[in-house]
Structures are given as structure tokens and as C-alpha cells.
Design a protein around this ligand. Structure first.
Ligand code: SF4
Ligand code: SF4
Length: 88
């Protein structure tokens, strides 16, 4: 493996570590500490997200047992300006 491939693989591995996956929601929680508006929690009219530790190190989580309420409208993926949310 050449050096660049090695670096790319390491960086992919690092990225993956910060992605928290639920059934079909994936959140790169390394971005949440930079967040200023917690738009996921505000904008999802189905109450799927909760941002915990708002006063210290914010982190978006999917509320237990609510994931199946999602209608895949993608309001949240658009609202999160840091691009932390993906939905399968
Ligand atoms: S998922 Fe996006 S909008 Fe929600 S707290 Fe994280 S960075 Fe902010
Ligand atoms: S896709 Fe729509 S319903 Fe699903 S979590 Fe995002 S905002 Fe909520």
C-alpha cells in the first residue's frame, strides 16, 4: 500500500469512529460541539432528535424508540448546516 492510500484509509477510519449509527440515521457527532443552533432538535417535527450536553459538549442523539416515526422528509439533513446527519 502506498503512503497516500494509507493516509486515506486512516482518515476514513477516523471519520467512521465519530459516526453514530442507528437503524437508518447516521450522525457525525464530532460536528455537534461546533453547532450553534441545534437545528436537528428544533426542526424535526417528529421529535426524533435530542441534543444532549448543550452546555458542555453538545451531541445529537436519536431518541430511543422514536426512529421509526421518521418520514424521511430530509428537513433535518438540510437544517443541519454542518452536514452531520445522513439518512439511508
Ligand atoms: S446534528 Fe447537526 S444540527 Fe444537530 S446538534 Fe449536531 S451539528 Fe447541530
Ligand atoms: S427526515 Fe424528517 S422526520 Fe425524519 S428525522 Fe429528519 S426531519 Fe425528522
Amino acid at each position: 500500500m502506498d503512503f497516500l492510500t494509507y493516509i486515506n484509509r486512516m482518515s476514513e477510519a477516523n471519520d467512521q469512529k465519530t459516526i453514530e449509527s442507528y437503524k437508518f440515521h447516521h450522525i457525525d457527532t464530532s460536528k455537534c460541539p461546533e453547532c450553534e443552533n441545534f437545528a436537528c432538535e428544533e426542526e424535526c417535527f417528529r421529535g426524533i432528535y435530542q441534543v444532549i450536553n448543550k452546555d458542555s459538549t453538545p451531541k445529537c442523539v436519536v431518541v430511543e424508540d422514536r426512529e421509526d416515526r421518521c418520514v424521511k422528509c430530509h428537513i433535518c439533513t438540510t437544517a443541519c448546516k454542518l452536514g452531520a446527519i445522513t439518512i439511508d
